[in-house]
Each structure stands twice: as structure tokens, then as C-alpha cells.
Design a protein around this ligand. Structure first.
Ligand code: MCA
Ligand code: AMP
Length: 478
């Protein structure tokens, strides 16, 4: 497989030991391939397999096994609750779970990674356009949608990033991001497997974990802005990264103050890049180019971008005009699983993907992300969370008459999920119950951090909740 080219190239070679390290577990490239191939033969022909994507070497083995077998892998958040995983498993038609998982409600067989049996003699023939991953992402309303990610998109993305960052087999990548999202999985793991560099997963993206990886020779670090601001809050850990070649931030806006702090503590100017689950990474600053705070750089090779104004007109790239960013290129995924309506809505008639992000493009091509066009998409700690999904979960609780969920500016998380609830006449509700309900049913990271009980929600003349106003009120009150 093209995305595993570097991994396969390393396997069997002298010096492939320690190619993958996750916490205390270390596998050579050969061991990783052998473990994956031993199970790949058992799932060949399946439509899709679910993987409880905790931060472990087993998760990586499972993903490689699915890729080698030509079966779509469905990474499921390890902290997902029963409602979320039931949706993901049913929607993706996963036929089995690959590897261990703690869930007793999945209703499909589990394929053990310890299984012995005939090993895969060679990987399954497949097309670059076949779906390799189905990754779930939240929208403004409804349950998360499955993004159909072909190998083609992943290869184009990580090759574009190699060009921008001078990423080579000589690098040693370290990160501790979740393995059920593009950032941690596609860039952090599969990018390394494409380019053939060793990779260390620190299990959690802690400052201590990153400093430890640096002491073991890691040269390239990935993190979301929350991770980088936490690293800066521990200057000793931050200074430990000073010997690295590059540090990269993405998944949300890196505050300018954190950019400068990182620079002064590590001596490295952070690279910033922008992307989406649906498009992979499309824009990045370049190691040999301008790394300007507050800017996410230039389109990767093979990617085009443009801006569209509120009246549907295309806007100038003049560093002033703000419009909705549209992207086109090989990195764009094939669509949403079983949702031709949503796929069509996300694309223009001439084949550009509508990101839903507001941006400015300078005459020099530099991109600046200004915000989301919808208040109903929240970015918290780099996780995208749809307000509608959290509202639907809270509305299930007895006593809730009305609920609105918003993302309030937060110095640590970028945005903090807060719920505003109107309780029905006889009802009463406790903040902790609301938080636990969402954490248990959806995912822990989707839980509101605060709950406010109010008499009424602000509505406009048409009865629509005025979320922007609600968010401003909460931000002013903090
Ligand atoms: C607290 N906890 C609870 C509860 N309250 N558990 C259950 N019920 C509750 N009510 C516990 C959890 O079990 C956990 O415990 C602890 O609280 C912390 O959880 P959390 O709040 O989630 O952690 P955090 O420290 O706030 O997380 C910050 C983080 C995380 C590490 C930065 O947000 C993160 O990993 N973000 C990365 C997201 C990401 O990779 N996004 C990429 C999307 P314990 O700690 O003991 O387990 S891809 C993308 O965006 C595009 C393509 C792109 O551009 O990259
Ligand atoms: P996701 O759906 O989790 O893949 O998140 C994609 C969204 O993350 C984008 O639509 C942006 O809103 C946001 N995002 C990703 N990278 C950046 C960045 N460097 N700066 C600002 N926002 C970003």
C-alpha cells in the first residue's frame, strides 16, 4: 500500500527496531507488519471493522491490519458512550471489532490480535480510491457523519506536508494525540508509515511526555493549541524541545501569545497548518517560508483555495476580504457515508469543498482563519463538537424544557462547551447530572464544562435561539 510505503521499506532492514513506540511498548517495523498481517488474513473481505482507538500499539496494529486487508477501518473514540458507538457501528456497517475493547454492547464479533493463523502472504490488491478509513465528524445538527477517506487523500496530504516541512525518514516524530482523528492517526501515524520515520506516541499529550520523547531523540512534534499552551506553562518541559527540528500546531487556532512563548522557550518557530477531517490538511506554513503568527500558510501541493462572499461572489485575495473558504484537490475525501444529501450540500457545483470556515487570503497567498461561519460548531481542545448533538443528548434528561449549547472562549481549550437550560415547571436538574449524562452517552470530551439554568433563552422574532448573543453574555459574565 502506498500509505505504508516507508514502513514496508523499513521492515526486514537492519535498524528497524523501535520504529513504533507507544508508551512502554516498542515494535520494530517488521514486528508491526507481522502482527498486522497475522490478523489481516482473518478480516479480508469484510466491509468495515470497528477499532476501539485507545492510545496503544494494538490500535496501530489494528489500523495497519485493516489497511493490509483492504478493509475500511472505523476508529471509535475510546471514551465514547453507548449512544455514540451504537450510531458509529450501525452507520458504518462494521462487521467485527478488531482488537480488544471494554464494551459489552457492540453486538458484533471481536477478532483478537493474538490470533494465530495463516499470515497474509501479500496485501490485498486495492485501488487508491477505495475507502481506507471511515472517520466520524460532528456537524451542526444530528449525529456525527462518517467521512469516507480513500488512501489517495491520505497520501496526497502527507506528501504535501513532507514538502512543506522537509519531513524525511531521518525525522523521529512524537505526539500524544488521539488515534481516532486525522491529526493523531493520519498525520501522526500513517504519515510516519508513508515517510519511513520512527514514531513515538506518548499516550497522552502531556508536557512531560513530550519532554521525555525529546530526551529520546524525537525531532518533530505535533500538537493542538491546548497542548502547546500547556507545554508553555511548564517551561522546563518546553525548553527540553529546544533540540528538535520542528514543532507543528493544528486542529484549532494557535493563539499568537502561545506562538511567541513557544518560540522563546524552544527557539523554534512553530509551523501551523489547517485542515478538516473531510479535506485532510490543505494549508500549511513552510519550513523554508514565512511562519507568521496567526497565519496558517499556503495551500499544499495539489490543493487550490478560494473565498466566497455572503452574496455568493468570489472574493479578492487581498488580505482584507473575509469569506467562506473553499478548497479543491486530491486531499479531499470522497463524501459522507450514506449521506448523498450532506455530501452534495458540502460541495459547490464545480467541485469545491465548502469548509464552513471564514478566512482571509493575502496577495502573497498567506491564509488566515478568522472563525467558523456557524456558532453551532464548537472547537474544544482541538475536538470538533456539534452543538446540536450535545443539545439532543441533554434534551433526553427529565426536567429539561429547552436547551442551548455554545462554545465560550477559554484560555486553555480555545472554546469551552457550556449548556444553558430552561427547566420545566415541575422539574429540577443538577449540573453534575447533565455533565455526566453527556460524558457517559456521547464522549467524555463532548461534556459541557458548565451548566447554567435560566428562565428563558434569548430568541429572535422568529423564535430562533440567538446563540451568538448567548455566547457573548456568557463570555462577558466570566
Ligand atoms: C472529567 N472526566 C470525566 C468527567 N469529568 N470522565 C467522565 N465523566 C465526567 N463527567 C475525566 C476524564 O475521564 C479524563 O480523565 C479527564 O477528565 C480529562 O478529560 P478531558 O477533559 O477530555 O481532558 P483534557 O485534559 O481537557 O484534554 C485536553 C486535550 C484533549 C489533551 C488537549 O482535548 C485532546 O487530546 N485534544 C486533541 C483533539 C484532536 O486530536 N483533534 C484533532 C481533530 P483521565 O485523564 O484520568 O482519563 S482532526 C482535525 O481537527 C483536523 C483534521 C486538523 O486540522 O487536525
Ligand atoms: P475537524 O472536523 O475536527 O476535522 O476540524 C476541522 C476544523 O478545525 C476546521 O474546519 C477549522 O475550523 C479547525 N481548524 C483546523 N486547523 C486549524 C487552524 N490551524 N487554525 C484554525 N482552525 C483550525
Amino acid at each position: 500500500m502506498d500509505i505504508l510505503k516507508g514502513l514496508l521499506g523499513r521492515a526486514g532492514n537492519h535498524g528497524d527496531e523501535g520504529f513504533l513506540t507507544v508508551g512502554e511498548v516498542s515494535l520494530s517495523a517488521t514486528q508491526l507488519i507481522e502482527r498486522a498481517d497475522a490478523v489481516a488474513s482473518r478480516i479480508r473481505g469484510a466491509r468495515a471493522v470497528g477499532i476501539c482507538a485507545n492510545s496503544s500499539a494494538d490500535t496501530v496494529v489494528s489500523i495497519v491490519a485493516a489497511l493490509r486487508a483492504g478493509v475500511a477501518a472505523v476508529p471509535i473514540a475510546a471514551d465514547s458512550g453507548p449512544a455514540e458507538r451504537a450510531h458509529v457501528l450501525c452507520d458504518s456497517s462494521a462487521e467485527a471489532m478488531l482488537g480488544d475493547h471494554p464494551w459489552d454492547d457492540v453486538g458484533i464479533e471481536s477478532v483478537s490480535l493474538d490470533a494465530t493463523g495463516s499470515s497474509l502472504a501479500h496485501s490485498t490488491q486495492h485501488d487508491l480510491d477505495d475507502v481506507a478509513l471511515i472517520m466520524y465528524t460532528s456537524g451542526t445538527t444530528g449525529a456525527p457523519k462518517g467521512v469516507l477517506i480513500p488512501e489517495r487523500a491520505m497520501v496526497a496530504c502527507v506528501d504535501g506536508l513532507a514538502d512543506a516541512w522537509q519531513w524525511t525518514p531521518e525525522d523521529h516524530l512524537a505526539h500524544g494525540l488521539p488515534l481516532f482523528h486525522v491529526h493523531g492517526l493520519v498525520l501522526g501515524m500513517l504519515g510516519s508509515f508513508r515517510h519511513g520515520n520512527p514514531v513515538t506516541h506518548t499516550e497522552r499529550p502531556t508536557p512531560e511526555g513530550y519532554a521525555h520523547a525529546a530526551s529520546k531523540g524525537a525531532s518533530l512534534f505535533f500538537g493542538v493549541p491546548t497542548v502547546w499552551s500547556r507545554v508553555c506553562a511548564e517551561p522546563t518541559a518546553a525548553r527540553a524541545l529546544a533540540g528538535a527540528r520542528a514543532i507543528v500546531s493544528g486542529s484549532a487556532a494557535l493563539p499568537v501569545s502561545v506562538f511567541h512563548e513557544l518560540e522563546s522557550l524552544t527557539g523554534l518557530t512553530p509551523l501551523e497548518r489547517y485542515g478538516m477531517t473531510e479535506t485532510m490538511i490543505t494549508i500549511s506554513t513552510r519550513l523554508d517560508g514565512d511562519q507568521r503568527p496567526g497565519h496558517v500558510g499556503l495551500p499544499l501541493k495539489g490543493v487550490e483555495t478560494r473565498l466566497r462572499g455572503d452574496d455568493g461572489e468570489l472574493l479578492e485575495h487581498d488580505g482584507v476580504a473575509i469569506g467562506t473558504l473553499e478548497v479543491r484537490g486530491t486531499t479531499v475525501a470522497s463524501g459522507y457515508l450514506g449521506r448523498p444529501d450532506a455530501t452534495a450540500d458540502a460541495m459547490t457545483s464545480d467541485g469545491w469543498f465548502i469548509t464552513g470556515d471564514s478566512a482571509v487570503i493575502g496577495a502573497d497567498g498567506m491564509h488566515r482563519i478568522v472563525g467558523r461561519t456557524s456558532v453551532d460548531i464548537i472547537k474544544s481542545g482541538g475536538y470538533k463538537v456539534g452543538a446540536g448533538e450535545v443539545e439532543a443528548s441533554i434534551a433526553e434528561l427529565p426536567g429539561v424544557a429547552e436547551v442551548a449549547v455554545v462554545g465560550v472562549a477559554d484560555p486553555d481549550l480555545g472554546q469551552r462547551i457550556e449548556a444553558v437550560i430552561v427547566v420545566d415547571a415541575q422539574g429540577s436538574i443538577k449540573e453534575a447530572d447533565v455533565i455526566d449524562h453527556v460524558a457517559n452517552q456521547l464522549s467524555i470530551h463532548k461534556r459541557p464544562r458548565r451548566v447554567h439554568i435560566v428562565d428563558e433563552l434569548p430568541r429572535n422574532a422568529l423564535g430562533k435561539v440567538q446563540k451568538a448573543q448567548l455566547r457573548s453574555r456568557l463570555e462577558e459574565a466570566q
